[in-house]
Design a protein around this ligand. Structure first.
Ligand code: BES
Ligand code: ZN
Ligand code: ZN
Length: 486
Protein backbone atom coordinates (compact mmCIF):
# COMPACT_ATOMS: atom_id res chain seq x y z
CA UNK A 1 0.00 0.00 0.00
CA UNK A 2 1.13 3.51 -0.72
CA UNK A 3 0.58 5.78 2.28
CA UNK A 4 1.30 9.52 2.23
CA UNK A 5 0.34 12.62 4.19
CA UNK A 6 -1.54 15.53 2.65
CA UNK A 7 -3.23 18.69 3.84
CA UNK A 8 -6.51 18.66 5.66
CA UNK A 9 -9.59 18.50 3.50
CA UNK A 10 -13.23 18.17 4.26
CA UNK A 11 -13.84 14.53 3.86
CA UNK A 12 -17.55 14.91 3.27
CA UNK A 13 -16.87 16.53 -0.06
CA UNK A 14 -14.33 14.11 -1.28
CA UNK A 15 -15.11 11.21 -3.53
CA UNK A 16 -12.48 9.14 -1.85
CA UNK A 17 -13.36 6.40 0.54
CA UNK A 18 -12.74 7.35 4.14
CA UNK A 19 -11.20 5.55 7.05
CA UNK A 20 -11.70 7.29 10.37
CA UNK A 21 -9.59 6.04 13.24
CA UNK A 22 -10.54 7.01 16.79
CA UNK A 23 -9.84 5.78 20.28
CA UNK A 24 -12.96 4.31 21.80
CA UNK A 25 -12.32 5.46 25.34
CA UNK A 26 -11.87 9.09 24.45
CA UNK A 27 -13.43 9.98 21.20
CA UNK A 28 -16.99 8.99 20.67
CA UNK A 29 -18.57 12.30 21.59
CA UNK A 30 -16.01 14.43 19.81
CA UNK A 31 -16.22 12.37 16.70
CA UNK A 32 -19.99 12.48 16.56
CA UNK A 33 -19.85 16.26 16.70
CA UNK A 34 -17.20 16.60 14.06
CA UNK A 35 -18.35 14.30 11.36
CA UNK A 36 -21.06 14.68 8.83
CA UNK A 37 -22.08 11.11 9.22
CA UNK A 38 -23.57 11.90 12.59
CA UNK A 39 -26.69 9.98 11.98
CA UNK A 40 -24.84 6.82 11.19
CA UNK A 41 -22.52 7.29 14.10
CA UNK A 42 -25.40 7.93 16.41
CA UNK A 43 -27.13 4.81 15.34
CA UNK A 44 -23.91 2.86 15.73
CA UNK A 45 -23.55 4.34 19.15
CA UNK A 46 -27.04 3.31 20.03
CA UNK A 47 -26.26 -0.21 19.03
CA UNK A 48 -23.19 0.13 21.26
CA UNK A 49 -20.85 -0.61 18.38
CA UNK A 50 -18.85 2.50 19.06
CA UNK A 51 -18.47 1.93 22.75
CA UNK A 52 -17.29 -1.61 22.54
CA UNK A 53 -14.43 -2.56 24.79
CA UNK A 54 -12.80 -4.28 21.87
CA UNK A 55 -11.34 -2.70 18.78
CA UNK A 56 -14.04 -2.55 16.14
CA UNK A 57 -13.85 -1.96 12.46
CA UNK A 58 -17.22 -1.11 10.96
CA UNK A 59 -17.70 -0.30 7.35
CA UNK A 60 -20.76 1.18 5.70
CA UNK A 61 -21.58 2.54 2.25
CA UNK A 62 -22.50 6.18 1.72
CA UNK A 63 -23.93 7.99 -1.23
CA UNK A 64 -21.92 11.12 -1.95
CA UNK A 65 -23.59 12.86 -4.87
CA UNK A 66 -23.60 10.35 -7.68
CA UNK A 67 -20.73 8.42 -6.27
CA UNK A 68 -20.91 5.65 -3.79
CA UNK A 69 -18.20 5.65 -1.20
CA UNK A 70 -17.27 3.50 1.74
CA UNK A 71 -16.61 4.81 5.21
CA UNK A 72 -14.73 2.56 7.57
CA UNK A 73 -14.90 3.50 11.23
CA UNK A 74 -12.11 2.07 13.28
CA UNK A 75 -12.50 2.30 17.03
CA UNK A 76 -9.23 1.32 18.66
CA UNK A 77 -9.54 0.09 22.22
CA UNK A 78 -6.09 0.35 23.65
CA UNK A 79 -5.89 -1.88 26.67
CA UNK A 80 -2.77 -1.24 28.71
CA UNK A 81 -1.50 -4.72 27.98
CA UNK A 82 -2.02 -4.57 24.24
CA UNK A 83 0.92 -2.79 22.70
CA UNK A 84 -0.24 -3.85 19.27
CA UNK A 85 -3.76 -2.36 19.35
CA UNK A 86 -3.02 0.13 16.57
CA UNK A 87 -1.05 -2.39 14.51
CA UNK A 88 -3.89 -4.91 14.76
CA UNK A 89 -6.48 -2.31 13.77
CA UNK A 90 -4.33 -1.30 10.77
CA UNK A 91 -4.04 -4.94 9.77
CA UNK A 92 -7.80 -5.47 9.79
CA UNK A 93 -8.34 -2.29 7.77
CA UNK A 94 -5.76 -3.39 5.24
CA UNK A 95 -7.67 -6.56 4.50
CA UNK A 96 -10.96 -4.65 4.28
CA UNK A 97 -9.40 -2.32 1.70
CA UNK A 98 -8.33 -5.37 -0.28
CA UNK A 99 -11.56 -7.28 -0.05
CA UNK A 100 -13.59 -4.18 -0.99
CA UNK A 101 -11.02 -3.31 -3.66
CA UNK A 102 -10.89 0.34 -2.61
CA UNK A 103 -8.36 2.23 -4.76
CA UNK A 104 -8.11 5.64 -3.24
CA UNK A 105 -8.64 6.15 0.45
CA UNK A 106 -8.47 9.08 2.86
CA UNK A 107 -7.22 8.15 6.31
CA UNK A 108 -8.24 10.30 9.28
CA UNK A 109 -6.82 10.10 12.76
CA UNK A 110 -8.70 11.98 15.48
CA UNK A 111 -6.77 14.50 17.57
CA UNK A 112 -6.06 12.26 20.52
CA UNK A 113 -4.08 9.84 18.37
CA UNK A 114 -0.41 10.73 18.58
CA UNK A 115 2.16 10.26 15.82
CA UNK A 116 3.56 7.10 17.35
CA UNK A 117 0.15 5.38 17.35
CA UNK A 118 -0.56 6.63 13.82
CA UNK A 119 2.78 5.15 12.74
CA UNK A 120 1.87 1.84 14.36
CA UNK A 121 -1.46 1.86 12.54
CA UNK A 122 0.42 2.33 9.25
CA UNK A 123 2.80 -0.49 10.18
CA UNK A 124 -0.32 -2.60 10.68
CA UNK A 125 -1.67 -1.66 7.25
CA UNK A 126 1.55 -2.81 5.57
CA UNK A 127 2.02 -5.93 7.69
CA UNK A 128 -1.64 -6.96 7.62
CA UNK A 129 -1.69 -6.72 3.83
CA UNK A 130 1.19 -9.19 3.52
CA UNK A 131 0.64 -12.22 1.32
CA UNK A 132 2.98 -15.03 0.45
CA UNK A 133 1.72 -16.24 -2.92
CA UNK A 134 4.95 -17.03 -4.72
CA UNK A 135 3.93 -20.63 -5.18
CA UNK A 136 0.32 -20.09 -6.13
CA UNK A 137 -0.61 -20.31 -9.77
CA UNK A 138 -3.26 -18.60 -11.86
CA UNK A 139 -5.17 -15.71 -10.34
CA UNK A 140 -3.94 -16.45 -6.84
CA UNK A 141 -0.42 -15.64 -7.96
CA UNK A 142 -1.27 -12.10 -9.04
CA UNK A 143 -0.05 -9.17 -7.01
CA UNK A 144 -2.92 -8.42 -4.72
CA UNK A 145 -4.94 -5.22 -4.66
CA UNK A 146 -2.96 -2.12 -3.65
CA UNK A 147 -4.56 1.17 -2.59
CA UNK A 148 -3.39 4.77 -2.50
CA UNK A 149 -3.92 5.95 1.04
CA UNK A 150 -3.72 9.64 1.93
CA UNK A 151 -3.52 10.69 5.54
CA UNK A 152 -5.60 13.86 5.84
CA UNK A 153 -5.55 14.65 9.53
CA UNK A 154 -2.26 16.49 9.68
CA UNK A 155 0.86 17.18 7.72
CA UNK A 156 3.19 17.48 10.69
CA UNK A 157 6.84 16.57 10.30
CA UNK A 158 6.58 14.06 13.11
CA UNK A 159 3.67 12.29 11.46
CA UNK A 160 5.45 12.17 8.11
CA UNK A 161 8.51 10.66 9.79
CA UNK A 162 6.42 8.11 11.69
CA UNK A 163 4.62 7.08 8.50
CA UNK A 164 7.75 6.71 6.40
CA UNK A 165 9.59 4.81 9.15
CA UNK A 166 6.56 2.55 9.58
CA UNK A 167 6.81 1.57 5.94
CA UNK A 168 10.50 0.70 6.29
CA UNK A 169 9.90 -1.30 9.48
CA UNK A 170 7.16 -3.28 7.75
CA UNK A 171 9.18 -3.79 4.56
CA UNK A 172 12.08 -5.09 6.64
CA UNK A 173 9.84 -7.48 8.53
CA UNK A 174 8.36 -8.71 5.25
CA UNK A 175 11.88 -9.48 3.99
CA UNK A 176 12.15 -11.73 7.07
CA UNK A 177 8.68 -13.21 6.52
CA UNK A 178 9.37 -13.98 2.86
CA UNK A 179 12.58 -15.81 3.69
CA UNK A 180 11.07 -17.76 6.59
CA UNK A 181 8.03 -18.77 4.51
CA UNK A 182 10.14 -19.96 1.58
CA UNK A 183 10.36 -23.75 1.50
CA UNK A 184 13.78 -25.32 1.98
CA UNK A 185 13.96 -26.64 -1.60
CA UNK A 186 13.90 -23.00 -2.74
CA UNK A 187 16.10 -21.66 0.04
CA UNK A 188 19.30 -23.60 0.48
CA UNK A 189 22.27 -21.93 2.18
CA UNK A 190 23.49 -20.87 -1.27
CA UNK A 191 20.08 -19.49 -2.24
CA UNK A 192 20.08 -17.43 0.96
CA UNK A 193 23.56 -16.04 0.17
CA UNK A 194 22.49 -15.17 -3.37
CA UNK A 195 19.41 -13.43 -2.01
CA UNK A 196 21.58 -11.35 0.34
CA UNK A 197 23.81 -10.24 -2.56
CA UNK A 198 20.78 -9.24 -4.59
CA UNK A 199 18.97 -7.48 -1.74
CA UNK A 200 21.91 -5.21 -0.91
CA UNK A 201 23.09 -4.53 -4.46
CA UNK A 202 23.52 -0.78 -4.88
CA UNK A 203 23.12 -0.05 -1.15
CA UNK A 204 25.63 0.92 1.54
CA UNK A 205 25.74 -2.64 2.83
CA UNK A 206 28.77 -4.69 1.86
CA UNK A 207 28.09 -8.41 1.49
CA UNK A 208 30.89 -10.92 2.04
CA UNK A 209 30.23 -14.59 1.38
CA UNK A 210 32.41 -17.16 3.15
CA UNK A 211 32.26 -20.58 1.52
CA UNK A 212 32.96 -24.03 2.93
CA UNK A 213 36.71 -23.83 2.26
CA UNK A 214 36.85 -20.47 4.09
CA UNK A 215 35.04 -21.98 7.06
CA UNK A 216 37.57 -24.82 7.04
CA UNK A 217 40.43 -22.31 7.03
CA UNK A 218 38.87 -20.55 10.01
CA UNK A 219 38.55 -23.94 11.77
CA UNK A 220 34.81 -23.64 12.30
CA UNK A 221 34.52 -27.33 13.19
CA UNK A 222 31.19 -27.11 15.01
CA UNK A 223 29.43 -25.29 12.18
CA UNK A 224 30.94 -27.61 9.56
CA UNK A 225 29.86 -30.70 11.51
CA UNK A 226 26.19 -29.68 11.31
CA UNK A 227 26.48 -29.08 7.57
CA UNK A 228 28.36 -32.27 6.69
CA UNK A 229 25.23 -34.43 6.32
CA UNK A 230 23.85 -32.35 3.46
CA UNK A 231 24.78 -32.07 -0.20
CA UNK A 232 24.02 -28.37 0.11
CA UNK A 233 27.19 -26.74 1.38
CA UNK A 234 27.28 -24.29 4.27
CA UNK A 235 27.79 -20.55 3.82
CA UNK A 236 28.58 -17.75 6.22
CA UNK A 237 27.13 -14.44 5.07
CA UNK A 238 28.73 -11.33 6.50
CA UNK A 239 26.91 -8.03 6.11
CA UNK A 240 28.75 -4.79 6.84
CA UNK A 241 27.05 -1.46 7.28
CA UNK A 242 29.44 1.27 8.37
CA UNK A 243 27.88 4.67 8.73
CA UNK A 244 29.64 6.06 11.79
CA UNK A 245 33.32 6.68 12.14
CA UNK A 246 35.35 5.26 15.00
CA UNK A 247 32.47 3.46 16.58
CA UNK A 248 32.83 -0.14 17.67
CA UNK A 249 30.37 -2.27 15.74
CA UNK A 250 27.33 -4.06 17.06
CA UNK A 251 27.33 -7.60 15.70
CA UNK A 252 24.02 -9.32 14.97
CA UNK A 253 24.26 -13.10 14.61
CA UNK A 254 21.31 -15.07 13.23
CA UNK A 255 20.80 -18.86 13.20
CA UNK A 256 20.36 -19.90 9.59
CA UNK A 257 19.40 -23.57 9.54
CA UNK A 258 17.56 -23.67 6.23
CA UNK A 259 16.04 -27.00 7.25
CA UNK A 260 16.30 -28.84 10.55
CA UNK A 261 15.40 -32.52 10.31
CA UNK A 262 17.14 -33.07 13.63
CA UNK A 263 19.86 -35.00 11.80
CA UNK A 264 20.56 -38.54 13.09
CA UNK A 265 18.62 -37.59 16.25
CA UNK A 266 15.73 -37.17 13.84
CA UNK A 267 12.60 -35.21 14.69
CA UNK A 268 9.11 -36.73 14.59
CA UNK A 269 7.35 -36.04 11.27
CA UNK A 270 4.49 -34.03 12.79
CA UNK A 271 5.12 -30.32 12.09
CA UNK A 272 8.59 -31.07 10.74
CA UNK A 273 7.72 -28.90 7.74
CA UNK A 274 7.83 -25.87 10.08
CA UNK A 275 11.56 -26.43 10.25
CA UNK A 276 11.92 -24.68 6.89
CA UNK A 277 11.74 -21.59 9.15
CA UNK A 278 14.64 -22.63 11.36
CA UNK A 279 16.48 -19.77 9.69
CA UNK A 280 14.13 -17.18 11.22
CA UNK A 281 17.00 -15.70 13.27
CA UNK A 282 18.98 -15.25 10.06
CA UNK A 283 15.90 -13.74 8.43
CA UNK A 284 15.51 -11.28 11.31
CA UNK A 285 19.14 -10.18 10.95
CA UNK A 286 19.03 -9.63 7.19
CA UNK A 287 15.65 -7.86 7.50
CA UNK A 288 16.99 -5.66 10.29
CA UNK A 289 20.10 -4.64 8.36
CA UNK A 290 17.90 -3.90 5.37
CA UNK A 291 15.83 -1.64 7.66
CA UNK A 292 18.82 0.02 9.34
CA UNK A 293 20.35 1.01 5.99
CA UNK A 294 17.00 2.18 4.59
CA UNK A 295 16.56 4.36 7.69
CA UNK A 296 20.12 5.64 7.23
CA UNK A 297 21.01 5.10 10.89
CA UNK A 298 24.35 6.55 11.94
CA UNK A 299 25.89 3.39 13.28
CA UNK A 300 28.19 0.49 12.52
CA UNK A 301 26.57 -2.91 12.26
CA UNK A 302 27.89 -6.29 11.22
CA UNK A 303 25.48 -9.11 10.45
CA UNK A 304 26.72 -12.70 10.63
CA UNK A 305 24.55 -15.42 9.19
CA UNK A 306 25.80 -19.03 9.42
CA UNK A 307 23.75 -21.13 6.99
CA UNK A 308 23.48 -24.92 6.89
CA UNK A 309 21.02 -27.74 6.42
CA UNK A 310 20.77 -30.33 9.23
CA UNK A 311 20.26 -33.69 7.49
CA UNK A 312 20.65 -37.37 8.38
CA UNK A 313 22.85 -39.21 5.87
CA UNK A 314 25.87 -41.45 5.73
CA UNK A 315 28.06 -38.38 5.98
CA UNK A 316 26.07 -36.78 8.81
CA UNK A 317 27.58 -36.06 12.20
CA UNK A 318 26.51 -38.50 14.86
CA UNK A 319 25.64 -38.55 18.56
CA UNK A 320 28.90 -39.07 20.42
CA UNK A 321 31.02 -37.20 17.88
CA UNK A 322 33.45 -34.66 19.27
CA UNK A 323 33.85 -31.45 17.28
CA UNK A 324 36.19 -28.48 17.75
CA UNK A 325 35.00 -24.91 17.41
CA UNK A 326 36.96 -21.94 16.10
CA UNK A 327 38.23 -20.97 19.59
CA UNK A 328 39.64 -24.48 20.13
CA UNK A 329 36.98 -25.72 22.56
CA UNK A 330 35.91 -29.33 22.11
CA UNK A 331 32.23 -30.23 22.13
CA UNK A 332 30.70 -33.67 22.58
CA UNK A 333 27.57 -33.88 20.47
CA UNK A 334 24.97 -35.92 22.35
CA UNK A 335 22.02 -34.82 20.26
CA UNK A 336 22.36 -33.77 16.63
CA UNK A 337 19.07 -31.86 16.92
CA UNK A 338 20.79 -29.30 19.15
CA UNK A 339 22.51 -28.03 16.01
CA UNK A 340 21.73 -24.32 16.07
CA UNK A 341 24.05 -23.63 18.97
CA UNK A 342 26.90 -25.37 17.09
CA UNK A 343 26.54 -23.02 14.12
CA UNK A 344 26.21 -20.09 16.47
CA UNK A 345 29.27 -21.13 18.51
CA UNK A 346 31.57 -20.58 15.54
CA UNK A 347 29.74 -17.49 14.34
CA UNK A 348 30.05 -16.00 17.85
CA UNK A 349 33.80 -16.75 17.92
CA UNK A 350 34.05 -14.92 14.62
CA UNK A 351 31.98 -12.06 16.05
CA UNK A 352 34.55 -11.54 18.83
CA UNK A 353 37.24 -10.89 16.22
CA UNK A 354 35.38 -7.64 15.42
CA UNK A 355 35.99 -6.34 18.97
CA UNK A 356 32.32 -5.44 19.16
CA UNK A 357 30.52 -3.03 21.48
CA UNK A 358 27.72 -5.58 21.70
CA UNK A 359 26.89 -9.00 20.26
CA UNK A 360 23.23 -9.93 19.81
CA UNK A 361 22.38 -13.40 18.59
CA UNK A 362 18.89 -14.38 17.54
CA UNK A 363 17.72 -17.92 16.93
CA UNK A 364 14.85 -20.40 16.85
CA UNK A 365 16.94 -22.35 19.31
CA UNK A 366 14.77 -24.38 21.67
CA UNK A 367 11.30 -25.88 21.81
CA UNK A 368 11.58 -25.27 25.55
CA UNK A 369 11.16 -21.56 24.85
CA UNK A 370 7.52 -22.19 23.83
CA UNK A 371 6.96 -24.36 26.88
CA UNK A 372 8.17 -21.53 29.11
CA UNK A 373 6.51 -18.54 27.42
CA UNK A 374 3.82 -19.81 25.03
CA UNK A 375 3.26 -17.92 21.82
CA UNK A 376 3.22 -14.47 23.40
CA UNK A 377 6.85 -13.69 24.13
CA UNK A 378 10.39 -14.63 23.22
CA UNK A 379 13.20 -15.30 25.66
CA UNK A 380 16.10 -12.96 26.34
CA UNK A 381 19.27 -13.87 28.21
CA UNK A 382 22.73 -12.38 28.38
CA UNK A 383 25.63 -11.04 30.40
CA UNK A 384 24.75 -7.35 30.36
CA UNK A 385 21.71 -6.32 32.38
CA UNK A 386 21.63 -2.78 31.01
CA UNK A 387 21.40 -3.98 27.41
CA UNK A 388 18.80 -6.61 28.34
CA UNK A 389 16.59 -4.01 29.97
CA UNK A 390 17.02 -1.63 27.13
CA UNK A 391 15.84 -4.28 24.64
CA UNK A 392 12.94 -5.33 26.87
CA UNK A 393 11.86 -1.69 27.15
CA UNK A 394 11.52 -1.40 23.38
CA UNK A 395 8.41 -3.55 23.59
CA UNK A 396 6.15 -0.55 24.10
CA UNK A 397 7.36 0.72 20.72
CA UNK A 398 7.72 -2.49 18.75
CA UNK A 399 5.02 -4.62 20.36
CA UNK A 400 7.55 -7.49 20.41
CA UNK A 401 7.80 -8.99 23.87
CA UNK A 402 10.95 -10.43 25.43
CA UNK A 403 11.04 -12.02 28.86
CA UNK A 404 14.31 -12.55 30.68
CA UNK A 405 15.39 -16.00 31.80
CA UNK A 406 18.30 -16.51 34.21
CA UNK A 407 21.80 -17.76 33.49
CA UNK A 408 22.44 -19.49 36.82
CA UNK A 409 25.93 -20.80 37.48
CA UNK A 410 24.44 -24.17 38.48
CA UNK A 411 23.26 -24.81 34.91
CA UNK A 412 26.90 -25.14 33.86
CA UNK A 413 26.91 -28.55 35.54
CA UNK A 414 24.34 -29.76 33.00
CA UNK A 415 26.82 -29.33 30.17
CA UNK A 416 29.78 -31.20 31.69
CA UNK A 417 31.17 -33.85 29.36
CA UNK A 418 33.33 -36.85 30.30
CA UNK A 419 35.29 -36.71 27.07
CA UNK A 420 35.27 -33.10 25.82
CA UNK A 421 35.19 -29.53 27.19
CA UNK A 422 31.40 -29.47 27.07
CA UNK A 423 28.26 -31.22 25.85
CA UNK A 424 26.19 -29.62 23.11
CA UNK A 425 23.10 -30.01 25.28
CA UNK A 426 21.97 -31.23 28.62
CA UNK A 427 21.18 -34.90 29.17
CA UNK A 428 18.07 -33.92 31.05
CA UNK A 429 15.39 -31.61 29.65
CA UNK A 430 15.60 -29.06 32.45
CA UNK A 431 15.82 -25.34 31.70
CA UNK A 432 16.34 -26.05 28.00
CA UNK A 433 16.36 -22.42 26.87
CA UNK A 434 18.80 -21.32 29.57
CA UNK A 435 21.21 -24.23 29.06
CA UNK A 436 21.35 -23.41 25.36
CA UNK A 437 22.38 -19.87 26.31
CA UNK A 438 24.90 -21.21 28.83
CA UNK A 439 26.40 -23.19 25.96
CA UNK A 440 26.69 -20.07 23.78
CA UNK A 441 28.33 -18.13 26.59
CA UNK A 442 31.45 -20.27 26.11
CA UNK A 443 32.09 -18.55 22.78
CA UNK A 444 31.70 -14.84 23.44
CA UNK A 445 34.79 -14.21 25.55
CA UNK A 446 33.73 -11.36 27.80
CA UNK A 447 32.02 -9.13 25.29
CA UNK A 448 28.61 -7.68 26.15
CA UNK A 449 26.22 -10.25 24.75
CA UNK A 450 22.49 -10.81 24.38
CA UNK A 451 20.82 -14.02 23.27
CA UNK A 452 17.28 -13.92 21.85
CA UNK A 453 15.44 -17.24 21.52
CA UNK A 454 12.53 -16.60 19.16
CA UNK A 455 11.38 -20.23 18.67
CA UNK A 456 8.12 -19.44 20.51
CA UNK A 457 7.24 -16.59 18.14
CA UNK A 458 8.39 -18.14 14.86
CA UNK A 459 4.95 -18.75 13.41
CA UNK A 460 1.38 -17.56 13.67
CA UNK A 461 -1.41 -20.13 13.58
CA UNK A 462 -4.04 -17.73 12.24
CA UNK A 463 -4.45 -14.43 10.43
CA UNK A 464 -5.46 -11.82 12.97
CA UNK A 465 -4.77 -8.09 13.02
CA UNK A 466 -1.30 -7.46 11.63
CA UNK A 467 -0.33 -11.11 11.99
CA UNK A 468 -0.63 -13.31 8.93
CA UNK A 469 -0.92 -17.08 9.21
CA UNK A 470 2.54 -18.50 8.59
CA UNK A 471 5.96 -17.28 9.58
CA UNK A 472 6.01 -14.02 11.53
CA UNK A 473 9.35 -12.35 10.83
CA UNK A 474 9.47 -11.73 14.59
CA UNK A 475 12.54 -10.00 16.02
CA UNK A 476 13.46 -7.96 12.97
CA UNK A 477 11.86 -4.75 14.29
CA UNK A 478 13.38 -5.25 17.74
CA UNK A 479 16.84 -5.52 16.19
CA UNK A 480 16.21 -2.31 14.26
CA UNK A 481 15.05 -0.58 17.44
CA UNK A 482 18.42 -1.24 19.13
CA UNK A 483 19.82 1.44 16.83
CA UNK A 484 17.06 3.99 17.48
CA UNK A 485 18.86 5.06 20.61
CA UNK A 486 22.30 5.48 19.01
N1 BES B 1 15.10 -25.76 15.72
C1 BES B 1 14.88 -26.45 16.93
C2 BES B 1 14.07 -25.66 17.94
C3 BES B 1 12.65 -25.32 17.54
C4 BES B 1 11.61 -26.15 17.85
C5 BES B 1 12.38 -24.13 16.90
C6 BES B 1 10.32 -25.81 17.49
C7 BES B 1 11.10 -23.79 16.55
C8 BES B 1 10.06 -24.62 16.85
C9 BES B 1 16.22 -26.78 17.57
O1 BES B 1 17.27 -27.02 16.70
C10 BES B 1 16.01 -28.01 18.36
O2 BES B 1 15.64 -29.00 17.82
N2 BES B 1 16.27 -27.94 19.66
C11 BES B 1 16.12 -29.05 20.54
C12 BES B 1 17.19 -29.00 21.57
C13 BES B 1 17.30 -30.23 22.41
C14 BES B 1 17.75 -31.40 21.57
C15 BES B 1 18.26 -29.99 23.53
C16 BES B 1 14.73 -28.98 21.19
O3 BES B 1 14.25 -27.88 21.48
O4 BES B 1 14.12 -30.03 21.39
ZN1 ZN C 1 17.36 -28.99 15.96
ZN1 ZN D 1 17.14 -26.01 14.84
Amino acid sequence: MDIRCKKKAAYVNSDEHDIIVYQVEKEIKKLVKKTSVDAVLESLKETKQLCDEKTTCTSFPLQNGDKAKTVILVGVAKAKTDMNAFRHAGGEVSRQIKSKKLDSVSLWFTDSIDEESAGQFCEGIHLGGYEFNRFKTGDDNKESHQAKITIRSSESKALKKAVSEARIHAEAQCVSRDLANTPANFLTPKDFSDYAKKLFKGTDVEVKIHKKKDLEKMKMGAFLAVAQGSQNEPYLVELLYNNASKKKPTVLVGKGVTFDTGGISIKPSKSMSDMKADMSGAAAVIGAIYGIQALGRKTNVCGLIPLAENMPSSSAYKPGDVVTSMNGKTIEVINTDAEGRLLLADALCYATTKKPALIVDIATLTGACSIALGDVASAILGNNQKEIESICNQETKTGERFWQLPLYEEYKEYLKSDVADLLNCSENRLAGTATAAIFLEHFIENYPWIHLDIASMMDSSATKGFQIKGMTGFGCRTLISIFDRN
